[in-house]
Design a protein around this ligand. Structure first.
Ligand code: ATP
Length: 213
């Protein structure tokens, strides 16, 4: 069996990126022994309301946040497609670019995984990538239904990320800081500071551009 290059994909609206996202991505990268961890800001989320801040500015905050963090990479490909940001399209592109041998590791919270059966071409996703499901307090994968069936069929331990390029579901419990982007937006709207919840450089950008007011 071969050990192959493993590339983590962590998508989100990042409205705004905060230290909960960043720390989690870093710890997951280490726990799973990923060679790369890419953060992909979503341009047009298909499954939730439009973000408050446009994709160029959300992406700029990510770029600023990652400036001093060579372990995490920004991948802006979803901004380049002027249509809903379907994960299926993103993984298809990555597969074509990176080849069949690379292990693609799509990371998502339990909340997102529970909703996976509503995603565009969802049954294809496990053929294109592995899925790492991140435990989130207050959430659980439903006991019945298509997401549970998919988990039952594909659940493996983390070693399978080395052996195959796609096809496994791995459960992970990285440390989660109790921070939410929703709460950050609410605090700023109420006139409160978000300092120390986001990197300093991101907080300076939010203030300079008067975002979330
Ligand atoms: P919102 O409050 O706007 O819904 P969110 O952070 O939950 O924000 P996204 O920016 O789309 O929404 O989240 C990107 C990813 O980060 C998701 O997979 C989500 O499960 C995960 N995530 C959200 N909050 C945290 C946190 N505190 N620690 C680690 N991961 C998180």
């Amino acid at each position: 069996m071969t050990t192959r290059k493993k590339i983590g994909i962590f998508g989100g609206t990042f409205d705004p990126i905060h230290i909960g996202h960043l720390r989690m991505a870093l710890e997951l990268k280490r726990q799973l022994g990923l060679d790369e961890m890419r953060l992909l800001p979503c341009h047009k989320p298909p499954h939730r309301d439009a973000p408050q801040v446009d994709s160029a500015q959300r992406s700029e905050m990510l770029r600023i946040a990652l400036q001093d963090c060579p372990e995490l990479q920004l991948d802006e490909r979803e901004l380049q497609r002027d249509k809903p940001s379907y994960t299926y399209d993103t993984l298809t592109e990555l597969r074509a670019e990176l080849g069949e041998q690379v292990s693609l590791v799509l990371c998502m919270g339990e909340d997102a995984f529970a909703g996976l059966p509503n995603w565009y071409c969802w049954t294809e996703i496990i053929r294109l990538a592995h899925i790492v499901v991140i435990a989130r307090p207050g959430w659980a994968i439903p006991e019945l239904g298509e997401a549970r069936d998919l988990l039952n069929k594909h659940q493996r331990d983390a070693k399978s990320l080395d052996y195959e390029a796609s096809g496994s579901i791995v459960l992970a419990s990285p440390r989660l800081l109790p921070i939410s982007a929703t709460e950050i937006r609410e605090q700023i709207l109420a006139g409160n500071s978000a300092q120390f919840l986001v990197p300093d450089a991101v907080w300076n950008y939010i203030k300079a551009k008067q975002l979330y007011r």
